[in-house]
Write a protein of this length. Structure first.
Lengths: 307, 533
């Protein structure tokens, strides 16, 4: 079976200006969205408390909200969680509502009086103090930045060693720009889908950085190989040839990863779903950015050098 | 057959056998008794999010420990100065960690030498002479301050460890985190609220005399008279704390004795007259002190105060010898037991605050395992079917490598006592999706070489050789970001980093070398005339 027929020659680099325009527009939009609206921060980063409750009887969200407000927790957000009709809820409480340490107990008692003490179960309680949240937020941002820079340096050194440091640097920069693009696209998609940002999202972003750079490495590897083999062709056609030759690998590898991610997204449960969603978007974006961002950046750089 | 191939085959058989051995305890529940003598018995450890339990981060209020020490020094200073005949006009704690001392100018030199000989860890920050007085501002040296805080955290950790040991939790994790935090993990705990109560209690026990010369109501209105303070107790105890009535007590500020003299604390069962109570057994010096206190204050009321809450204030009927005291206070038996635990383990040198808590109930953990395993099976099957359909023979080979990959991955987790979390399971699922990348790279290369007209044998050789750098590159980059994630992450996320990184190592072993052994074996047997890819 073959998805991409051998000898396929799609002139990807021809679309580079459209791609660069489109991607820049999307990235700028995400940055604006980040600055203006800001991401929805989960308790990991914002501080506060999340409780996951499961009731035996049917309980509606307004009932639950009213009950919590009666306990002095007016700043609450109640969401359905789990499957339809499972009477499972996620309750988000503001950090300022009550002190962390006895919050679980207060909810247990207060709701117990209203709904019956043995009629529900607190299945999960995650509370993060504001200071811890701030630390985690800072570390989270740094780890994504560090990983991105590290990938750039790795490629620079890796290709610079055998290829001249100037070329290595261009490959590295191309890869970093593609990675920034992937991370931004993923962040934008998460914001549009109203997912909260928490530690698992940072894990997803780091995985995207590590995985998405693979495609770039593979293509760069092929560009390097073809540049040795074919001397007469222009850089543009060598880049095109290389992207085409590695295209079926790119699609299949990302495809199998997406197969398992779909499994996780559908069957993995509420904690894993946002994580799987982020990876799905990031991996798709990774394929696009390798083809339309990383390679053209290398090309533009080389052309700029010559003129 | 070539020797090289034979050796590599043997290595793989040994590895597989070892992996199976390491995984046996995880999947076989009833192991024969002789197993443990020869073979590994560690199961794959489940994280708190899968087996249920509590993850707590406590911040030790170290500044409070410094203040407490200064208070004590202040007291000692006062006594010593009086012994030397110096009457200080003021000894105050100022700015949190400083002591201001005002003495008559005449005794300035005297005080200076006293400070030097008796309080070597204090430094004179500044001095100022006023009208007939000399002011000293005293503080700790920076090094001293740091070691004071450090000790407070270490002591808190020890105390908390003692409490948890007595509470009875299997395989708890208690360790320092950063400068002033303590990480506590309690797997499989049934009643997290109670555990938090026991861990977080400062448990500072104090004996103070009740001030009966002044009126409590008046003190409430006009503020307590000098040398006294108002503390509260609870009149009756409702069900665990809701709607309890507070009763004010006027007590002398001076502490006669603290809980440090306790050598043991036991719950005494309820009798017909009263509920269960906690009996304290004092150390020998504590017993002497207690005897003196009671002898000096017969007919007065002695308040027993825990963490600034008055538990009871009985009248001292007579001198009490023998070193036994009791705390009554209409306890439930459970409350009395918890109290005895914290009293036995000792007080925390400073209050602690819970700054992070993650508790998962056991039923949610079970659900998460089910969901994780289901997505593992479904995702894995999809990949296996796809590979077989797309690459036929070579796809089946990749599938076999994938199964070995998972086997080795799990064995490494069991062997290295790594913790498997829900994101960790997601990491294994993701590994299956990404591991085949190596085989895809190899197979695509082999196809290219075959199209270029090479015979199968050299196509396979060139395929492996040329794909290898790309495979290594792409795995190294993912591994690097996994390492960063491991550095950054906490708990469950760390579990993801672990499975991701281990998965990459096992992928290189299985997807590259294991499949290569198969081809080499066929080449050695001179059967590689046609290949299915």
């Amino acid at each position: 079976m073959e998805i991409i027929k051998p000898g396929t020659k799609i002139p990807f680099t021809r679309y580079r200006y459209i791609a660069i325009f489109l991607s820049t527009a999307v990235n700028v939009a995400v940055i604006v969205l980040l600055l203006v609206k800001g991401p929805i921060l989960g308790v990991d980063f914002a501080g506060g408390t999340v409780l996951q409750l499961k009731f035996q009887q049917k309980v509606t969200i307004p009932e639950l909200r009213a009950a919590l407000s009666g306990l002095g927790m007016e700043n609450n957000v109640v969401q359905d969680f789990g499957q339809e009709g499972s009477n499972e809820f996620l309750i988000r409480l503001d950090k300022t509502s009550v002190q962390l340490s006895d919050l679980g107990e207060r909810v247990r008692k207060g709701l117990g009086q209203k709904f019956g003490a043995d009629k529900f179960e607190i299945r999960r309680n995650e509370s993060v103090g504001p200071k811890v949240g701030e630390d985690l937020r800072r570390q989270g941002i740094w780890s994504v930045v560090a990983a991105t820079v590290m990938m750039g340096v790795y490629i620079w050194v890796r290709f610079g060693a055998s290829f001249g440091s100037r070329f290595g640097l261009h490959f590295g920069l191309g890869a970093v720009i593609a990675l920034i693009h992937d991370v931004l696209v993923t962040i934008g998609a998460l914001m549009l889908a109203h997912y909260e940002f928490d530690l698992t999202i940072v894990a997803a972003l780091l995985t995207i950085v590590g995985f998405s750079v693979n495609d770039t490495v593979i293509v760069c590897d092929r560009i390097r190989e073809n540049m040795r083999k074919i001397r007469r062709e222009s850089l543009e056609s060598i880049i095109n040839l290389s992207i085409n030759e590695t295209l079926s690998r790119t699609i299949i590898t990302t495809g199998t990863a997406i197969l398992v991610l779909l499994g996780l997204f559908v069957l993995g449960g509420g904690v894993i779903r946002p994580f799987a969603f982020a990876l799905l978007i990031g991996f798709f974006s990774g394929v696009y950015s390798t083809i339309f961002i990383a390679s053209p950046v290398i090309l533009l750089w080389e052309k700029g050098k010559k003129s | 057959m070539q020797r090289g191939v034979l050796i590599r085959l043997t290595i793989f058989l040994v590895l597989t056998f070892a992996a199976l051995l390491y995984l046996t305890p995880t999947f076989v529940s009833a192991l024969p008794s002789w197993w443990g003598e020869y073979f590994p018995t560690d199961r794959i450890h489940l994280g708190l999010d899968l087996q249920g339990g509590s993850h707590l981060v406590l911040e030790v209020k170290v500044d409070k420990a410094v203040e407490n020490t200064l208070e004590r020094i202040k007291g000692e200073l006062n006594t010593l100065l009086k012994e030397k005949g110096v009457v200080p006009s003021a000894v105050e704690r100022v700015q949190g960690s400083r002591i201001e001392l005002k003495v008559p100018s005449a005794s300035g030199d005297n005080v200076r030498s006293l400070l030097r000989s008796e309080f070597p860890n204090l430094v004179v920050v500044s001095t100022r002479s006023g009208q007939g007085t000399m002011d000293f501002v005293l503080g700790f040296q920076e090094k001293e301050l740091r070691s004071l805080k450090d000790t407070a955290v270490d002591q808190s950790l020890e105390t908390i460890r003692n409490r948890i040991d007595q509470f009875g939790v299997s395989e708890p994790i208690i360790q320092r985190q950063g400068d002033q935090n303590i990480l506590v993990q309690l797997p499989g705990i049934q009643d997290p609220e109670r555990a938090k109560e026991i861990i977080g209690k400062t448990a500072l026990l104090e004996f103070k005399l009740l001030d009966e010369t002044h009126n409590v109501e008046e003190a409430l209105r006009n503020g307590p008279p000098p040398g006294t303070q108002i503390l509260y107790g609870y009149a009756s105890k409702g069900d665990g704390g809701v709607g309890k009535e507070q009763v004010p007590y006027l007590v002398e500020a001076r502490t006669l004795m603290t809980g440090e003299y306790i050598s043991d604390a036991r719950v005494r069962p309820s009798s017909r007259l009263e509920g269960p109570y906690v009996e304290l057994i004092l150390s020998s010096s504590g017993a002497r002190l207690f005897e003196r206190i009671t002898a000096e204050n017969v007919k007065r009321r002695l308040a027993i105060i825990l963490d600034n809450r008055v538990y009871s204030a009985p009248v001292i009927q007579e001198r009490i010898g023998g070193g036994r005291a009791s705390i009554t206070g209409s306890f439930e038996i459970r409350e009395a037991r918890d109290l005895s635990i914290v009293l036995r383990a000792g007080a925390l040198p400073a209050p602690v605050e819970i700054v992070e808590e993650r508790t998962v109930g056991p039923s949610l953990g079970r659900d998460s395992i089910t969901q994780g395993v289901t997505s593992f099976i479904v995702g894995g099957s999809l990949v296996i079917l796809f590979m077989a359909a797309y690459y036929k023979g070579a796809g089946l080979l990749a599938d076999a490598a994938l199964l070995f990959n998972i086997l080795f991955l799990l064995a490494v987790l069991a062997g290295f006592k790594a913790v498997l979390t829900l994101p960790g399971i997601a990491g294994i699922v993701l590994t299956m999706g990404m591991a085949v990348d190596a085989n895809v790279l190899i197979n695509e290369r082999i196809r290219e070489e075959l199209r270029a007209g090479r015979p199968p044998r050299s196509a396979v050789e060139a395929g492996y050789e040329r794909a290898l750098p790309a495979i290594l590159d792409s795995n190294i980059t993912t591994f690097l970001s996994g390492v960063i994630l491991f550095q950054f992450g906490t708990g469950p996320v760390k579990g993801f980093a672990v499975t991701l990184c281990v998965g990459i190592l096992t992928t290189i072993i299985t997807a590259v070398y294991l499949t290569r052994v198969y081809y080499d074996y066929r080449m050695a047997a001179r059967k590689l005339t046609r290949i299915s890819v």
